[in-house]
Design a protein around this ligand. Structure first.
Ligand code: PXG
Length: 460
């Protein structure tokens, strides 16, 4: 039995001595000590010192239904007793994975009726790479194998997902481009506020989308398999593309016969005020990557949604030589079903679209209007970023020792609010169940931490 009664110091010591953390410097973290999170309820997490912390990040963009929902807990409990594991490799299946596939065909956009399961967003994107290459091979075009993505995109941390992603520091782990596979190319991101220069937002959206056409022509359309993009880039800093961007991407993919993959790992399951970000931006993808909100992070599971037009080809292509021990795991599938039903039964997508999304957005806009550090607030629904700037007119950001976002993140930590720093943006992505009162608390605390940061920087 796990001993829950250790002291914070003991947890920190064992953590330092035995645990390697993701995306962290082990030596620096060991010296700093970790914050030990022991329980959670609703929109709040609690640490081993008894602090009650408002979770403005829903874990890691994933706890869409909030913590402690008995429907999900009971689904796991029942399924682990009934059938804790069985595979679906050798002509077998089980009720949870079958039912989850059916339910996903109901909530995903029209034309998505087939789903391949994995354990994480990264594995789902690896699956996409393999299925897309298989698709083109079946169609007699095996040379159509290169993937185009964007700089500063995040698609996961396996080798293929790292390569799909556009994070230079990830590519360079293991030496220059040491983690970048051949066959993966990257174009500019549609980040108008910091990269738009003299262009209008609409002009810039078109220009960045047209980089796809230039890249396809450079590589030869006969060599390009697919374009992948998050409807709104999440980990990259909640980058909302100009309205001209996605229609142009769509046009180009169609013109050159390139598949379009929408990575909905963050945007999916209500976060942008639609079931999927593709619906918010009217994107018509061929493949959808789903994870995180599919089970609200209660248990690991992900899925690749395959459009009928693509599935028809795969269905005629013989064996799919791909799969994971935990593809469509029964307990994970049962929790995902309970989670999707919870989102439906509580009208969370509509709540985000009509009530809490506009409320959060108005609150953030008032920071833009009134706070010296806030240059822009961007986002949709329950997914937002506050852009910190040194100069609101030129959009110049702080740099070097004046790491405004790093300072702000530390103040949030001390004031029991989880708000992430990405470059010079503060990220907000709370549970979709967050109440209006809790949003007020989030905004009040955010303002307090921005004020403290402004004081540190000598601008207040
Ligand atoms: N696609 C997207 C769009 C993601 O945001 C993944 C794929 C990979 O999912 P897995 O389950 O393999 O982690 C993600 C994950 C951050 C951060 O710092 C974001 C993610 C993961 C870790 C850190 O914002 N997103």
């Amino acid at each position: 039995m796990l001993n829950y009664n250790r002291t914070t110091e003991q947890w920190q010591e064992f953590d330092r001595d035995h645990h390697i953390h993701p995306f962290s410097d082990p030596d620096a973290l060991g010296k700093q000590g970790t914050r030990v999170i022991t329980k959670a309820e609703g929109s709040y997490i609690y640490d081993s010192e008894g602090h009650k912390i408002l979770d403005g990040m829903a874990g890691l963009w994933c706890v869409n239904v909030g913590y402690g929902r008995k429907e999900l807990i009971e689904a796991a409990d029942r399924q682990i007793r009934e059938l804790p594991y069985y595979n679906s490799f050798f002509q077998t299946a089980h009720p949870p994975q079958i039912e989850l596939s059916r339910l996903l065909s109901e909530v995903t956009p029209q034309g998505f009726n087939h789903f391949f399961f994995a354990g994480s967003g990264s594995e789902a994107n690896d699956t996409n790479v393999r299925l897309v290459r298989h698709y083109w091979d079946i169609k007699g075009k095996p040379e159509k194998a290169t993937f185009i993505s964007r700089k500063n995109a995040y698609h996961g941390s396996t080798l293929a997902a790292t390569s799909l992603g556009g994070m230079g520091y990830m590519h360079n782990m293991g030496g220059k481009d040491g983690s970048l596979l051949p066959g993966f190319e990257h174009i500019g991101q549609p980040f108008w506020y910091l990269e738009g220069g003299e262009m209008s937002e609409d002009e810039f959206g078109l220009a960045r989308a047209q980089e796809l056409e230039e890249k396809i022509l450079e590589l030869g359309a006969e060599n390009v398999a697919a374009f992948i993009g998050e409807p709104i880039q999440g980990a990259g800093g909640v980058i909302v593309p100009p309205s001209t961007y996605w229609p142009e991407i769509q046009r180009i993919c169609k013109k050159y016969d390139i598949l379009l993959i929408a990575d909905e790992v963050i945007c999916g399951f209500g976060r942008t005020g639609s079931w999927f970000g593709s619906q918010t931006f009217d994107i018509k993808p061929d493949i959808i990557t789903m994870a995180k909100g599919i089970s609200s992070g209660y248990i690991p599971i992900s899925a690749s949604g395959i459009h009928d037009d693509v599935f028809k080809v795969l269905n005629e292509g013989g064996n799919i030589n791909h799969g994971y021990t935990y593809s469509g795991h029964p307990v994970a599938s049962a929790v995902a079903i309970a989670n999707i039903n919870y989102i439906k039964d509580h009208g969370l997508v509509e709540k985000v679209r009509d009530e809490t999304g506009p409320y959060l957005s108005a609150g953030l806009q008032s920071l833009v209007d009134n706070h010296p550090l806030v240059g822009e607030a961007r986002g949709r629904g329950m997914m937002a970023a506050i852009q910190l700037v040194k100069d609101k007119d030129t959009h110049e950001v702080y740099s070097g020792d004046q790491d405004a976002a790093g300072m702000c993140k530390n103040h949030c930590f001390e004031n029991d609010l989880i708000m992430r720093a990405t470059d010079q943006s503060m990220i907000i992505s709370p549970p979709l169940t967050i109440s209006i009162n809790e949003i007020d608390e989030l905004l009040d605390k955010a303002k307090l931490c921005l004020d403290l940061t402004a004081k540190d920087l000598g601008v207040l």
